[in-house]
Design a binder for this molecule. Structure first.
Ligand code: AMP
Length: 211
């Protein structure tokens, strides 16, 4: 059973690396942001409670995300293990997680702020199939149209300069203490993550002893 967390600021490539690591290990990648966006899209009771926070790039309350992760980690597909992306993001969430689950390692992706801004501001997601593009690094063949399904590409509503400022500031004040706490427990593996996703992926595998 593998239990991993991928950590790093928004735009560090957590989602991509979580999915690739999970695929290689035959386990599930769980993105807290994706689950929460699903609640908003369905306008569920949780979706209604989190909409304002999500749209302005603020963190949703610990109480809600702790409940969401508890429900998700009860599903049968996590039996072989999981890679978490975007949880835990506060010391409260980390304590909650560690009292209920064993953790093998937190993989920390390190990227400069300049690269983070370009990755986030350039990010576009397909409304149809969810495929992600970046207008600076991985543009679609036709502007605003998905290469795979022809769907319309949109920026996330929280990918604005103000949303980014808010999220980077939350990362420094709320998530960095989680990194520090896990580092003290000897659980953090730091990976330089500026290079191509394939190279970063190789380093992630090497760091956990899988090659
Ligand atoms: P992400 O897709 O990881 O960038 O997350 C998008 C948004 O979802 C964040 O800006 C928060 O509003 C919310 N969110 C995701 N994960 C968490 C979390 N662990 N705690 C609180 N809010 C979260």
């Amino acid at each position: 059973m593998h239990h991993y967390i991928i950590m790093g600021p928004q735009g560090s490539g957590k989602g991509t690396q979580a999915r690739r690591l999970a695929a290689d290990l035959g386990i599930v990648a769980i993105s807290m942001g994706e689950i929460l966006r699903g609640h908003m899209a369905n306008n569920s009771p949780i979706g209604q409670r989190i909409r304002h926070h999500m749209e302005t790039g603020q963190l949703v309350t610990d109480e809600i995300v702790d409940q969401v992760i508890t429900d998700r980690l009860r599903q049968p597909d996590v039996a072989k293990g999981f890679v978490l992306d975007g949880f835990p993001r506060t010391p409260g969430q980390a304590e909650f997680f560690l009292t209920h689950h064993r953790l093998d390692a937190a993989i920390l992706l390190e990227v400069s702020e300049e690269t983070l801004r370009k990755r986030i501001l350039g990010r576009r997601l397909c409304d149809g199939c969810g495929k992600d593009f970046n207008v600076y690094f991985r543009p679609p063949k036709v502007e605003d149209v998905c290469d795979l399904c022809g769907g319309k590409l949109s920026a996330r509503t929280d990918d604005t300069p103000e949303g980014i400022r808010q999220r980077l500031s939350d990362y420094r004040s709320k998530t960095q203490p989680v990194v520090d706490m896990l580092r003290q427990k000897g659980l953090v593996l730091t990976i330089p993550a500026e290079s191509h996703p394939d190279e970063v992926h190789k380093q992630v595998l090497r760091s956990i002893g899988v090659e």
